[in-house]
Design a protein around this ligand. Structure first.
Ligand code: MBD
Ligand code: FE
Length: 285
């Protein structure tokens, strides 16, 4: 039993769950002291430049300090950073590596590794209430840059339910609901039945929400699927897919939409949305 099982769906509860998950994998990097010093200097001078340009007052400085304390206490650093900062990091790394395959997008705060495996043709784990949403059949192939199918590929898929809740980050949802690691067939193909996700409001009843309100922003992300696609000898990608014409596609609070990542599902006479999308993976360098 984790906290999230008994908690109500608040920014505080989902924030703490995201913070706890992040903390379990201690991260490190091999940045040299010289590079670290250069980055720190530039961060501080960018901040100093803003403070001088806007002649920031002492009251404003104290409000910032209080707000940063609150973000930590609510466990919202994963949320705030992934919504407002991660897209810049994703952009830089995509461009820097000169990649040619399917574009990436941000991971966000709600990925959980090691989701149970499902075969190439599968239905995502879902509850009775999820079955009332519009079904979505998502099929395609993981390929190299020439379109050759890749055996041994996996597609990890995770997304919110119709109410915008992710399993393991909201109460009373089975642990792996709408999460799976799909093992593609020998040619990298998959056909996944899931449900159409809905536009999504990031948790906004805590300090991330106050931040958004304080400058007249909005907390919405367009409906999206999260994916991590891997194959032997290939660079894995973390990405998201969106739905053409959906609300907030042009104004995502997380700035994570790319035109190449927008799907056009077709509604069948049976009421099922169907769409094909292939993932091309770059070779590992
Ligand atoms: C999400 O579902 C999400 O994808 C991001 C980036 C931030 C908060 C919630
Ligand atoms: Fe998401």
């Amino acid at each position: 039993m984790t906290d999230i099982d008994t908690a109500v769906a608040t920014a505080h509860a989902s924030g703490n769950a995201a913070t706890d998950k992040f903390k379990t994998a201690r991260v490190s990097c091999d940045t040299s002291p010289e590079r670290a010093a250069a980055i720190y200097r530039d961060v501080l001078s960018a901040l100093g430049e803003v403070i001088h340009r806007h002649e920031v007052t002492y009251d404003e400085y104290r409000v910032l300090k209080q707000w940063m304390i609150d973000v930590g206490e609510y466990g919202e650093w994963p949320l705030w950073l992934d919504v407002f900062v991660e897209h810049q990091v994703e952009d830089v790394n995509y461009s820097r590596n000169g990649l040619a395959g399917t574009k990436g997008s941000i991971e966000g705060p709600y990925y959980v590794p090691d989701a149970p495996q499902l075969p190439a043709v599968c239905t995502m784990p879902m509850r009775e209430q999820d079955r009332r949403s519009t079904p979505l059949v998502f099929s395609g192939q993981v390929t190299d840059l020439d379109g050759n199918g890749l055996g041994g590929a996996t597609v990890e898929l995770w997304h919110a339910d119709e109410d915008g809740f992710y399993s393991q980050f909201a109460p009373n949802i089975p642990e792996w609901n709408l999460r799976a690691t799909i093992v593609c067939d020998d040619e990298g193909r998959y056909e996944i039945t899931t449900i159409q996700p809905a536009p999504y409001q990031i948790p906004h009843d805590g300090p991330t929400g106050w931040f958004i309100e304080s400058h007249g922003g909005h907390p919405w992300r367009p409906a999206h699927l999260h994916l991590m696609v891997k194959a032997p000898g290939r660079l894995p990608i973390t990405t998201q897919l969106y739905f053409r014409g959906g609300d907030w596609v042009e104004t995502d609070v997380a700035t994570a939409v790319k035109p190449e990542l927008v799907l056009d599902p077709v509604r069948g006479a049976d009421g099922v949305n169907r769409v094909a999308y292939d993932f091309a993976l770059d070779p590992t360098p």
